[in-house]
Design a protein around this ligand. Structure first.
Ligand code: FES
Length: 164
């Protein structure tokens, strides 16, 4: 009887080892397949360019004669102000120089106000009240085919004015 019990115990151990081996093989094959899929996906994605479509940085506004002296034109989509001062045209960013909030022009008080922390700017972009440390950056402005053209990709010197 002891011999039969030994044989049964050996057979049970063999079945258990067989089951464990099959399980580990399946896990290994699954991990290998997952790694291969990851590699294939990465290789295929590498073939497609990562193109970033950015908004246009140059845009036309209006004819200079159509903008009255003392008028501030607000272009919220482009985040730009264009001021027609007595000395000429000024284009400036509407993004606050403190932490980058979008400023708003208050026509009734003739000031540019930042809603985030209360900075105030004059209509020519100069800083009136902090915490903004600098005036609004001036942007390149030109006249092309009779129209004012702002280029938001070019920041110009703070005193730049376009005389038309
Ligand atoms: S972001 Fe404009 S005052 Fe802070």
């Amino acid at each position: 009887m002891a011999l039969i019990d030994d044989l049964r115990a050996t057979r049970a151990e063999g079945e258990s080892a067989h089951t464990r081996r099959v399980f580990l093989q399946a896990v290994g094959a699954g991990a290998l397949a997952l790694a291969n899929v990851g590699t294939a996906v990465t290789a295929v994605r590498y073939l497609w360019p990562e193109v970033l479509f950015e908004p246009e940085t140059r845009f036309r506004i209006d004819r200079p004669d159509d903008i009255a002296v003392g008028t501030l034109t607000v272009l919220p989509q482009q985040k730009v102000y264009v001021m027609h001062a007595a000395s000429g045209f000024i284009a400036m960013s509407a993004v606050c120089t403190h932490l980058g909030c979008l400023t708003q022009y208050e026509r009734e008080n003739n000031r540019i106000l930042c809603p985030c922390h209360g900075s105030q700017f004059a209509p020519d972009g100069s800083a009136r009240q902090g915490p903004a440390p600098r005036p609004l950056p001036r942007l390149a402005l030109s006249v092309e085919r009779g129209l004012l053209v702002v280029d938001t990709s070019k920041v110009v010197a703070p005193e730049t004015v376009l005389k038309v």
